[in-house]
Design a protein around this ligand. Structure first.
Ligand code: SF4
Length: 245
């Protein structure tokens, strides 16, 4: 697809709003969220199920230029493209993040890790996009019910400024996460990838994760890994399941 062709396509949007980034290494930054609709996964603990429908009353079909105009109205230079799944393959919405990055915005893409990250030839269509894109990529744990969907080959494509996130529900998820970290520790260390642990809300206690990470702190140091707890700030600032914040 060329840039000109993409500019004529309408993209399904659930919401566009101005708030703080709630999690990961960008937590606390003032950003614009662009939430596309549709996701090819069904995580058991998903807190954005309202983003599943790809048409209907909850979805606005917008041209890329209309999305850009709305983003511009917030006077922010940072965007989080989220969903649903913004990088779902063989869907036109996949190119929205690159389009916005090509306009000069710093774009962080929140992806399930079950879709391919951008390949270089895709970004060629949007000059300047590549340097403006970072990823926060989930690695799905057993408690999500979606562990078989992980595309762990994506880890090799991550670079400095990117991060991965394990949303953990219980001790099984914590142990699984460390098996993945151990298998990919060389890439994670060499590329300075932040590794976030985020509790399923109202499930595992954050303090249990802290205890678990403390026990593995020496391992993290010995392997030069950046492992951290990430709480969803917005769920502490506003009612936990409030939308548009
Ligand atoms: S990948 Fe994200 S949007 Fe999709 S089901 Fe899982 S948590 Fe929900």
């Amino acid at each position: 697809m060329t840039k000109e062709q993409f500019e004529k396509v309408k993209i399904p949007i659930v919401e566009i709003f101005h708030s703080i980034s709630g999690e990961g290494i960008s937590a606390g930054n003032i950003v614009v969220f662009v939430r596309v609709s549709g996701c090819n996964l069904r995580c058991t603990w998903c807190d954005t199920k309202y983003s599943f429908p790809e048409s209907g009353d909850s979805v606005r079909m917008l041209l890329p230029s209309e999305i850009a105009d709305e983003v511009k109205s917030f006077n922010s230079d940072e965007i989080i493209c989220t969903g649903g799944e913004p990088l779902e393959e063989e869907k036109e919405k996949r190119y929205l993040s690159a389009y916005l990055a090509g306009l000069g915005y710093k774009v962080r893409i929140e992806t399930s890790g079950a879709s391919e990250l951008y390949q270089n030839n895709e970004l060629d269509v949007f000059p300047g996009a590549e340097k403006n894109i970072t990823y926060c990529m989930d690695v799905k744990c057993p408690g999500s019910g979606m562990v078989y969907q992980n595309m762990l080959t994506n880890i090799a494509l991550l670079k400095k400024g990117d991060e991965i996130k394990f949303v953990v529900k219980d001790i099984t998820d914590l142990n699984f996460s460390f098996d993945v970290i151990d298998a990919y520790k060389k890439q994670l260390s060499e590329n300075g990838i932040a590794i976030n642990f985020s509790p399923v809300f109202d499930s595992i206690k954050p303090s249990e994760i802290v205890d678990f990470l403390k026990e593995r702190n020496k391992y993290s140091i010995d392997n030069n890994l950046w492992i951290r707890l990430s709480l969803q700030l917005h769920k502490y600032i506003w009612p936990p399941f409030m939308r548009g914040v």
